[in-house]
Design a protein around this ligand. Sequence first.
Ligand SMILES: Cc1cc2nc3c(=O)[nH]c(=O)nc-3n(C[C@H](O)[C@H](O)[C@H](O)COP(=O)(O)OP(=O)(O)OC[C@H]3O[C@@H](n4cnc5c(N)ncnc54)[C@H](O)[C@@H]3O)c2cc1C
Length: 435
Amino acid sequence: MFGLKKPTDTREHTPSYYAATANNATRYPRLEGSISTDVVVVGGGFSGVNTALELAQRGYQVVLLEANRIGWGATGRNGGQVIGGIGHGHERFRRHVGQAGIQAMYDMGVECVDIIRDRVSQYKIDCDLTMGYMDVALKPSHMRDFEEEKQHMEDMGYNHQLELLDNHQVRDEVGSEIYLGGLLDRTGNGHCHVLNLCLGEAAAATSHGVQVFEQTRVLKLQQGAQPIAHTEKGQVNAKHIVLCGNAYLGNLAPKINRRILPANSSVVTTKALTGEQLHALIPNNLAICDPRTALDYYRLTADGRLLFGGLSNYTGREPNNLFDTMQHKIVKVFPQLKGVELEHGWSGQMGIGMNRMPQLGRLNGNVYYMQAYAGHGVAPTHMMARITAEMIAGQAERFDIFAKIPHWPFPGGQLLRTPSFALAMMYYKLKDELF
Ligand SMILES: Cc1cc2nc3c(=O)[nH]c(=O)nc-3n(C[C@H](O)[C@H](O)[C@H](O)COP(=O)(O)OP(=O)(O)OC[C@H]3O[C@@H](n4cnc5c(N)ncnc54)[C@H](O)[C@@H]3O)c2cc1C
């Protein structure tokens, strides 16, 4: 029998494959007392840790405040797929950002993966980073989309080779009969142990002088020329504040909170499989994803498990029967794994915006924010962190491109926005089944 282990202290990492195999047990202190700094960053996921690191590399004094543990949120719980590209449907924003803006967003979609590669090599971060990724098609329209996508990427100057695979070739890469083909990128995208990546990046940030505090929730912001972040037992006086709490930020900044919905996604890992089983599933160790709204995403782990994720619901809550639900999903893709034992299972929340583009901007002169990467944030967070650091350092060009993209609050207010979004998503799920 297996069941979900609930954390005894919600301020510790959620029990997961990542938490069980984290290779850095550094504990950072809680903030007690009053300190001053150039920039205070709120939230210790990829967005916050990388903002702190980028700023410290530019010579700023930085304090990073995390309510729980570094990597506690979506960052330390996700599917580990390192995928380039920032947001979707850039053409919709041509009148806001122009051709140069569209090209810049595309280029940043490539740079964001390079940042991760550079971090791993510069700071020797042990996080199983492996290149190789494939989108898989479940119906003919997916294949048509992949053809268009390949052409578009090539027209924009993508510097990695993309291969379109037919229904025979796709079986050489994934041991499942359900796919009609795939779009394979052997070198541009990949996967990694995300909690170890984030912990390594936090260690890198501290090596540049960033002061990190864990289990230190920001309870109130005092905005203005000299903003202050108030915590339970202290406060940080700063020149700038950067909010990186994403789906977990809650009402600390209601204006940006209204622009996202926290959606739940869940991940499980099997017990370690044999070398033969692993080879039969994904012989070239790719990360794999399908294009549906309620998609499957999966990969192998460095210690020989299948890690399988799916967007389970849009209410922000974890399903009660997580292992049963996920086992059903796994067997649909890999019937040969019927009865396979699952060992870890967990869920996390991601911030989803209405237009499926990351949101970043300025709230009030010197308060900045970034959020809403939906299920595609591992690499893009690194880019948003870099351009926010550029902005604070006086280079507004790349920040302004994203800041020009319009975002709207979800209709329905606090009470109704979740049910209305759940309904909209049901519609898209149904559309996925029909067309
Ligand atoms: C289950 C799941 C699977 C996913 N799979 C993938 C994937 O395979 N590939 C991909 O690219 N993306 C994936 N994503 C999305 C990706 O994980 C996120 O977009 C990304 O990690 C967001 O990082 P973040 O730093 O912005 O937010 P988070 O990682 O959520 O971090 C926010 C942090 O802010 C802290 N915080 C909030 N409020 C306060 C406060 N008041 N004071 C102090 N701290 C505060 C929280 O404790 C939290 O640690 C997935 C997401 C989930 C949930």
